[in-house]
Design a binder for this molecule. Structure first.
Ligand SMILES: Nc1nc2c(c(=O)[nH]1)N[C@H]1C(S)=C(S)[C@@H](COP(=O)(O)O)O[C@H]1N2
Ligand SMILES: [Mo]
Length: 342
């Protein structure tokens, strides 16, 4: 028989006993005893700071949820007490162009994480001060922590002190330093940006911007800044580079088949001799990019609605042989864009 709880457990997670709650991450801040406040600032017209008492005496709710740590333990039915994040955010009157929030801890390394506004609206995180009817302990992020349901637990920041509203995302500590996935959905196993590598290997790669000859199938670096990335000869099939900044990246002889490069900034990038079959370049900036001998069967440069076209400099980077590898609609776009006849 199926374990009735199994369907509640995301892939490759293990349940810890109900009375166990592992401690993960950095130590509590050395100045934990200083009075606690919470501020929301950045892109808003009425930034505000609440004292702990103000928060705890204001509107509050209980929410019962399951938590899932990226290191493969889960815990069911945590009863969390606090205030919905959206309720606090509304009070500061966010600007209409706000798309992200960065959460910053009072901690010795200014630990942080971030969420998109879309995710905040969908999953309704809480600013919490109680779990199972008792105040959050110092070790578990008391007096105030973010609780983000439906994401790996690294999106639940301990010792929350400041929230900054942003137009552009600012990667958090684990996401930036250790290659943790920025989207963090446990049901999709969005754990690390490269699932085959250790945290340490990933952070070395990202810091050196060098993945030459690496095999990183499903590499997922959506939205990241990776200008000058060295990726010559890398195996990057099915990778996600959507909206990433990859100015002058070197993808010569790389395998990028079915990779998502839509809306990426690929100004001056080199794709000579690369395998780009099925790669998606819709809306990408391809000014001064080179494609000598690249294989382009099934690659796309403009979407079906003919709206999100790749940008090129004035010269056509593709040979007529390369253009003939594309579908009819894609070919039509190139012919029109560069005034070439059939
Ligand atoms: N300030 C801060 N918050 C943090 C971390 C951290 O290192 N510092 N680690 C994260 C990670 S990876 C996890 S799994 C959870 C762990 O919370 P717990 O120790 O209460 O189980 O906190 C998250 N929030
Ligand atoms: Mo974690």
């Amino acid at each position: 028989m199926n374990d009735p709880k199994a369907s509640r457990l995301p892939p490759r997670q293990q349940l810890v006993k109900a009375d166990k709650w592992p401690l993960v991450g950095e130590l509590p801040p050395s100045d934990w005893d200083r009075p606690w406040t919470l501020s929301i600032e950045g892109g808003c017209s009425a930034p505000r700071t609440w004292s702990l008492t103000e928060l705890q005496q204001g509107f509050k709710i209980d929410q019962t949820l399951d938590i899932h740590c990226v290191t493969r333990w889960s815990k069911f039915d945590m009863k969390v007490t606090g205030v919905p994040l959206l309720r606090l955010m509304k009070e500061v009157r966010p600007n209409s162009d706000i798309k992200f929030a960065s959460f910053v801890a009072r901690s010795d390394r200014n630990h942080s994480t971030s969420l998109s506004l879309k995710d905040i609206q969908r999953i309704q995180p809480m600013v919490a001060w109680e779990v199972d009817g008792v105040p959050l302990t110092k070790e578990h992020g008391g007096p105030l922590r973010l609780i983000t349901p439906g994401k790996y637990f690294y999106k639940s920041l301990k010792w929350l002190e400041r929230i900054e509203l942003l137009v552009q995302d600012r990667l958090g500590y684990w996401e930036r330093e250790s290659g943790y996935h920025n989207h963090a959905d446990p049901w999709k196993e969005e754990r690390y940006i490269a699932s085959q590598l250790s945290k340490k290997e990933v952070s070395t790669l990202i810091q050196k911007l060098d993945i030459t000859q690496q095999k990183l199938l499903g590499f997922d670096v959506q939205d990241r800044r990776l200008d000058g990335l060295k990726a010559q000869g890398s195996k990057l099939r099915d990778s996600n580079f959507r909206s990433a900044s990859l100015i002058r990246a070197d993808f010569r002889s790389a395998n990028l088949s079915n990779a998502n490069l839509a809306h990426a900034d690929l100004t001056g990038a080199k794709f000579d001799d690369a395998d780009l079959e099925g790669a998606d370049f819709c809306g990408a900036n391809l000014s001064d990019a080179s494609f000598r001998n690249a294989s382009l069967f099934g690659a796309t440069f403009i979407d079906e609605q003919n709206q999100q076209a790749a940008k090129f400099s004035s010269e056509n980077p593709l040979t007529s042989k390369q253009i003939s590898m594309l579908t009819d609609e894609q070919q039509a776009y190139f012919r029109k864009r560069f005034h070439v006849s059939e």
